[in-house]
Design a protein around this ligand. Sequence first.
Ligand code: ARG
Length: 466
Amino acid sequence: MSNKKEQTNTAWGGRFTEQTDAFVEAFTASVQFDQRMYKQDIAGSRAHAKMLNKISILDKNDLVAILVGLDTIEQEIAEGNFVWSIAREDVHMNIEARLTELIGDAGKRLHTGRSRNDQVATDIRLYLREQIDFICAEIKRLQQGMLDIAEREAATIMPGFTHLQVAQPVTFGHHIMAWFEMLKRDASRFIDCQKRMNISPLGAAALAGTSYPIDREFTAKELGFSAPTQNSLDSVSDRDFAIEFCSASALLLTHMSRMSEELVMWSSAQFDFIELPDRFCTGSSIMPQKKNPDVPELVRGKTGRVNGNLVSLLTLMKSQPLAYNKDNQEDKEPLFDTVDTVLGCLRAFADMVPAIICKSDNMYKAAKQGFSTATDLADYLVCKDLPFRDAHEVVGKAVAMGVETGKDLSELTLEQLQQFSDKIDKDVFDVLTLEGSVESRNHVGGTAPEQVRKAIALARKEGTYN
Ligand code: ARG
C-alpha cells in the first residue's frame, strides 16, 4: 500500500494506514495503571515460553534468550530503570517490545499461541491471588490484637445495646469477640474466592484457543494454578473472580465501618468508654481542645469507595457479550483501589486496635444506667414459677418506680420490690448486680467471662480463620 504511514505500534499496526490519534492512544492505554502487574506478566511469559519449548515450537536458544531477557526487564522495572511508554499501550506490550529490543527475533516469538486477552486474565488472577495472601495476613494480625484485648477485658462490664438503648450488661471481651467473628467470616470469604480464581486461563488465547499443540496443564502448574480453565470464551471474558474479591472487600469494610462507628462513639465525651492513643488521632486547627478519632472515621468513609468499586465492576460486566471486550480494561483501577484501600484500612486497624485504652469504670457506670438487669429480674421471677409475660409486667412496674425515684433496680429496697411480687426475696440482689447478670449467661456464645475466655482459647487453638 503506497499511502501506508509509518506505524508506532509494531504489535498490531500491520493493517493500519494511519497513525493512531494521539488522544486516542492515551485514552486507550492502560500502562499507567496495569504496570503494577509486571511481575505476574513476566511470570506468565516465562511459563508460556517454557511450554512453547516443551512442545518444540520454540528452540532452546530462543527460550534461554527470552528467560534472560525477562530477568533483565524484571530487574530494570524493580530498579526504576524501565521506560514505560503510552504508545506501547499496556504492560504486556511494553514488556514484549522491550524484550525484542534486548534479544531481537526471539522476543517476537514469545507471543506465539497467546493473546493479550488470556495474558491479562492470567495476570489479574495471579496478582489478586497474592494480594489475598497479604490481606488475610493483615486480617489475622488484627484478629490477634482483638484476642489480646478480649482476654484482658474478658470480665470488664459494659452496657450492651439494642436500638442504641442500653439493653443488657455484656462484657467488653464479648463485644470484641463479636468483631473477631465478623473478621473470621471475612477471611474465609477471601480464601474461598482465592480458590475459585486459582485456575489458569492461559492458552485460551484471543477467545477460541490456539492451533498449536499447547500444554495447558504445564503452564497451569508452572504458575501454581490448580488446573486450566475449561472454556476459552469464558476464560478471557469473565471477571467474576474480581467481582467476588470486591464483594468480599465490601463486606469486610462494612464490618470495619461498624467497628469504626463504635470506636468513634466510644471515644466521644458522651460515652467516654475508651481512649485512642494520640498517635492514631489528629487535632483541630481552630479548636485547641480537640482530639479527633480520624483513623476510624476514615475507615468508615473508605467503605463508600470500596462499595463503589464493587458497583463499578458489576456494572462493567453487566450485559457484556462473549468474549473479551475492551470494557474489561476498566476492571483494573477499581480493583487496585480496592486492594490498596483494604490493605491500608487493615493495617491502620491492626496497629490501633491493640492500643485501645479501655475506661472500664465509665463502662460500668453506663451499664448501671438504663435498667440493664431488668431481664434478669424477669428471669428470676420465672424461676420462681411466674409465667414470663406476668414477670415482664411486674418488672415493668419496678422499672417505672426506678424511673420515678431516679434509682437503678439494684438500688430499690427489698420492700419496694416486694410491692410488685411476693415471689421476690433477698436473693434477688444476686441477679440484679451487673456481675451476676453477665455471669449467668454462661453457655456457648454467651457473654459470661468464662465463655469469653473459652471462645478466645478456641480461637487460639483453631486459628483465626479457616
Ligand atoms: N490492556 C488490556 C486489558 O486490560 C489487555 C487486553 C487487550 N486486548 C485487546 N485485544 N485489546 O484488558
